[in-house]
Design a binder for this molecule. Structure first.
Ligand code: NAD
Ligand code: TYD
Length: 372
C-alpha cells in the first residue's frame, strides 16, 4: 500500500472537504491540538467549481501558507472530462479523495437534476480519468487510490431499532441519496471490473465549522442569533446520528492510509438525537453564549410542513472501522456542540458572505413561508 503524495481533493471548498484540507495541513479549528495528527507532507490539489456551497474563505490561511507550494486550487467542474484529465497529468495525481457533491436533501427534492449531474456523472468522469491515467502498459497500478466519500442515507430509513451495517442493502429514498447510491455502485463497479484500487466510506450527519447554513445546526444557530423562526419539519421526531466533522475526516484519512482496497467502511458518531431534543439542547447552549433567554428563543420554534419522504431514523454500526483500523471518535458531543455554537456566533461575517450570493434568492423563492 503506497503513501499518498499528490492528492486530488474534490469539493475542497465545501464544508467537509475544506475541514479535511485544513486537517491535512495541521490547521484544525478544534480547540487544542486534538486533531492536528495527520502527519502529511505531500501536495493537495483542490478541485471545486464553487457552487453556492463552495467558499474559498474556508481555506484562506492554508492558501496563504502553502499556496503554490503544497496547495493548489483549480476552479473546475468534476464533469469536465478534459480539465480533469489535464489535472491528473499536470499534478501526477496518485490519490483521489472525492467529496464534491450536491449535498442537501431539500434541494434535491426541489431540483434533482443537478444531483444526477454532479453526483453521478461527476463521479463517473473522475473514475474514468483515474482509470485512464492509472493504467500503465495495459494494467492497473496498485500504488494508487480512489476514495469515495458517501453517506449513510444510501441505506434508507430505520425504524426504532437496528443499525446500518456495511452489508445492509441499499434502499435510497430521496433524489440526493439515490444519486449518492448510484455513485457508490459506480465506484464498486470500477473496482470489480477494472481493478481500480478504491475505498468507500458512508458517514452519518456531520456538524462543525464551515457548514453551509442550510443544514439543521448552522441554520438554527444563525436563526437564533437573528431572532428568526426555527423551522422544525413535521413533529420533530426524526432521528439523526451526529459526528464532529474532523472525527469523520480522521476516519477518511485512516481508510486512505490503512483501509483494505475494494472495501467500504461505515463511520458514525454513536450519538443519536431526535431533532426536537437536539434543538432544545442547542437553544440552551446558544442562550448561554448570547445572554438571550431560553424561554424567548423557545417561542420561535415553528413546526412546518414535513419534508416529503422524510427518512425517520439513521444510525450506523461502525464496528468494522473500529475493530479493523482502530478508529475512535475523539470529540465528545457536549464539547463539539459548544465549540460549534461559539464558532458560528463568532464568525458572523462568514455567514453573511456565504448567504449573500445566489442562495439568498433561492431561499426567498422556495422557503418564504417558513420564515427563513
Ligand atoms: P457541501 O455542499 O458543503 O460541499 C460540496 C462542495 O462540492 C462545494 O464546495 C461545491 O462547490 C463542490 N461542488 C459541487 N458540485 C461540484 C462540481 N460539479 N464540480 C466541482 N465541485 C463541485 O457538502 P459537504 O457537506 O461538505 O459534503 C461533502 C461530501 O460528504 C458529499 O459527497 C456528501 O455526500 C458527503 N457526506 C456529507 C455528510 C454531511 O453531513 N454533510 C454526511 C455524510 C457524507
Ligand atoms: P439536514 O441538516 O438537512 O440533514 P439530512 O437531511 O441530510 O439528515 O437535516 C437534519 C434533520 O433536521 C432532518 O431530519 C431534517 C431536519 N430539519 C428540520 O427539521 N428543519 C430544517 O430547517 C432543516 C434544514 C432540517
Amino acid at each position: 500500500m503506497a503513501t499518498p503524495h499528490n492528492i486530488l481533493v474534490t469539493g475542497g471548498a465545501g464544508f467537509i472537504g475544506s475541514n479535511f484540507i485544513r486537517y491535512l495541513f495541521g490547521k484544525s479549528t478544534a480547540e487544542g491540538d486534538l486533531f492536528n495528527d495527520a502527519d502529511f507532507s505531500g501536495t493537495v490539489v483542490n478541485v471545486d467549481c464553487l457552487t453556492y456551497a463552495g467558499n474559498l474563505e474556508n481555506l484562506a490561511d492554508v492558501e496563504a501558507e502553502f499556496g503554490g507550494k503544497r496547495y493548489f486550487f483549480e476552479k473546475t467542474d468534476i464533469c469536465d472530462s478534459k480539465e480533469i484529465t489535464r489535472i491528473f497529468e499536470h499534478y501526477n495525481i496518485d490519490t483521489v479523495i472525492h467529496f464534491a457533491a450536491e449535498s442537501h436533501v431539500d434541494r434535491s427534492i426541489l431540483g434533482p437534476e443537478a444531483f444526477v449531474k454532479t453526483n453521478v456523472t461527476g463521479t463517473f468522469t473522475l473514475l474514468e480519468a483515474a482509470r485512464r491515467y492509472w493504467t500503465k502498459d495495459g494494467s492497473m497500478r496498485n500504488d494508487v487510490l480512489f476514495h469515495h466519500v458517501s453517506t449513510d442515507e444510501v441505506y434508507g430509513s430505520l425504524g426504532e431499532t437496528g443499525y446500518f451495517r456495511e452489508d445492509t442493502p441499499y434502499d435510497p429514498r430521496s433524489p440526493y441519496s439515490a444519486s449518492k447510491a448510484a455513485s457508490d455502485h459506480l465506484v464498486m463497479a470500477y473496482h470489480h471490473t477494472y481493478g481500480l484500487p478504491i475505498t468507500l466510506s458512508n458517514c452519518t450527519n456531520n456538524y462543525g465549522p464551515y457548514q453551509f447554513p442550510e443544514k439543521l445546526l448552522p441554520l438554527m444557530i444563525s436563526n437564533i442569533k437573528e431572532g428568526k423562526n426555527l423551522p422544525v419539519y413535521g413533529k420533530g421526531d426524526n432521528i439523526r446520528d451526529w459526528i464532529y466533522v474532523e472525527d469523520h475526516n480522521r476516519a477518511v484519512w485512516l481508510i486512505v492510509n490503512k483501509g483494505k482496497r475494494g472495501e467500504k467502511y461505515n463511520i458514525g458518531g454513536e450519538n443519536e438525537w431526535q431533532n426536537i431534543k437536539l434543538l432544545h439542547k442547542l437553544i440552551e447552549l446558544t442562550a448561554k453564549e448570547t445572554g438571550k433567554s431560553v424561554e424567548e428563543i423557545e417561542k420561535t420554534i415553528t413546526y412546518v410542513k414535513d419534508r416529503p419522504g422524510h427518512d425517520k431514523r439513521y444510525a450506523i454500526d461502525c464496528a468494522k472501522i473500529k475493530n479493523e483500523l482502530g478508529w475512535q471518535r475523539k470529540m465528545t458531543f457536549e464539547e463539539g456542540l459548544k465549540e460549534t455554537v461559539k464558532w458560528y456566533l463568532k464568525n458572523t461575517s462568514w455567514i453573511e458572505n456565504i448567504l449573500s450570493g445566489e442562495y439568498k434568492n433561492w431561499i426567498e423563492k422556495n422557503y418564504k413561508e417558513q420564515g427563513r
